[in-house]
Ligand binder design. Structure first.
Ligand code: ATP
Ligand code: MG
Length: 279
C-alpha cells in the first residue's frame, strides 16, 4: 500500500447533525493537500477524523492499509500553538526531542534538532526566546516540533492564519518541501494565493466534498479564473449536488484512483536540499 492515505466514504455526526458526508480522498507520500472551504464547512472536523481522534459513524481512514489509529504518532500542528514562550528555539526543540526520541543518544537528538532548525529556516534564531519571534517564525517552530520524529503524515489546521501574504506563501512552500521529502502533508488554509504549492486540493462545503483534484483542475471545474472566486460558485448548487457532481467528474475520479504521487514541479530539488528523502 506504500503509505497511501485512503479516506473511504467517511461520515460523521455530532449532536444529531451530520458534519461530514461520505468524504473520499487519497494522498500518496510526497504529496501535499490543501483543504479549503467556508467557515463551518468541516475542515477541523475532517482533521480530527484523520488524526483518529474522532471515530467516523461509517467509512474508514487508512494509512498504508492500516486503520489510522494503529499507525504510529502522526504530526499535528493545531491552530493555536502551545509553545513555551520563555524558552529559546533550540531549548524548545531540544526538550521536545528528549520527550519524543527517548531511545536516541544525546548527540543524535542534538543533530536532529540542528537539522530541523535548518529545515524550517530558524538556525539563526536558535538562541532567540520564543516570545521574541514573529507569528510566522513561531508557526515554523511548531512545524519543527512535529518534524523531529519524521511522521508519515503531517496535518496542520490553518497554519497560515494571521500571517501576511509573503509569510503565508513561504510557509506553504516550506510545507511543500516537507511533502517532497516523502511525507503526506494535509493543511487546512485560507491562503488562496498559495494553493498551487499543493499537489491536491479538497474543497469542502457543509461537510460535502465539492471538489478533490489538482488545484488547476478546480479552476476549470468551478469555471473561475482565480482561486479567490471559487467560493462564490458554491452557492450555485446544494452541497450534496456538488458532491454528486464532483463524484461523477471523470477527471476527479481518475485523480482519486491515480497510481502514484503527483510530481512536484520544482520544489523536489529544494526538498532534497533540506532533507534527502527517507534520511
Ligand atoms: N463537537 C461538535 N458537536 C456538534 N457540532 C460540531 C462539533 N464540532 C463541530 N461541529 C459543527 O460542525 C461543523 C463544522 O465545524 P468545523 O470546526 O469542522 O468547521 P471548519 O471548516 O473547521 O470551520 P472554520 O473555518 O471556522 O475553522 C460546524 O457547523 C460546527 O458547528
Ligand atoms: Mg476549523
Amino acid at each position: 500500500m506504500n503509505g497511501l492515505l485512503h479516506v473511504d466514504q467517511v461520515s460523521v455526526s455530532a449532536g444529531g447533525t451530520r458534519i461530514l458526508h461520505s468524504v473520499e480522498m487519497t494522498l500518496h507520500p510526497g504529496e501535499m493537500c490543501a483543504v479549503i472551504g467556508p467557515s463551518g464547512a468541516g475542515k477541523s472536523s475532517l482533521i480530527r477524523v484523520l488524526l483518529g481522534i474522532w471515530k467516523p459513524d461509517s467509512g474508514s481512514v487508512r494509512v498504508g492499509g492500516k486503520p489510522v489509529d494503529e499507525v504510529g504518532p502522526l504530526g499535528y500542528v493545531p491552530q493555536d500553538d502551545a509553545l513555551h514562550r520563555g524558552l529559546t528555539v533550540a531549548k524548545e526543540l531540544g526538550f521536545a526531542a528528549e520527550l519524543r526520541m527517548p531511545g536516541e543518544s544525546k548527540d543524535a537528538r542534538a543533530e536532529r534538532v540542528d537539522r530541523v532548525m535548518a529545515q524550517v529556516g530558524l538556525t539563526d534564531r536558535a538562541q532567540t526566546r520564543i516570545r521574541r519571534l514573529s507569528g510566522g517564525q513561531r508557526k515554523r517552530v511548531a512545524v519543527g516540533l512535529e518534524l523531529l520524529t519524521r511522521p508519515p503524515l503531517l496535518i496542520l489546521d490553518e497554519p497560515t492564519s494571521g500571517l501576511d501574504p509573503g509569510l503565508e506563501a513561504r510557509t506553504m512552500s516550506l510545507l511543500a518541501d516537507v511533502a517532497a521529502s516523502g511525507r503526506i502533508v494535509l493543511v487546512s488554509t485560507h491562503a488562496m494565493e498559495s494553493l498551487e504549492s499543493a499537489q491536491a486540493l479538497c474543497v469542502l462545503v457543509e461537510g460535502h466534498v465539492a471538489f478533490f483534484g489538482r488545484p488547476r483542475q478546480a479552476l476549470e471545474f468551478f469555471r473561475v479564473e482565480r482561486y479567490a472566486q471559487l467560493f462564490h460558485q458554491l452557492d450555485k448548487l446544494t452541497p450534496s449536488a456538488w458532491r454528486l457532481t464532483a463524484g461523477a467528474d471523470a477527471g476527479q475520479r481518475r485523480f482519486l484512483n491515480r497510481p502514484g504521487p503527483v510530481a512536484h514541479p520544482s520544489s523536489t530539488v529544494a526538498g532534497e536540499a533540506v532533507e534527502v528523502a527517507g534520511s
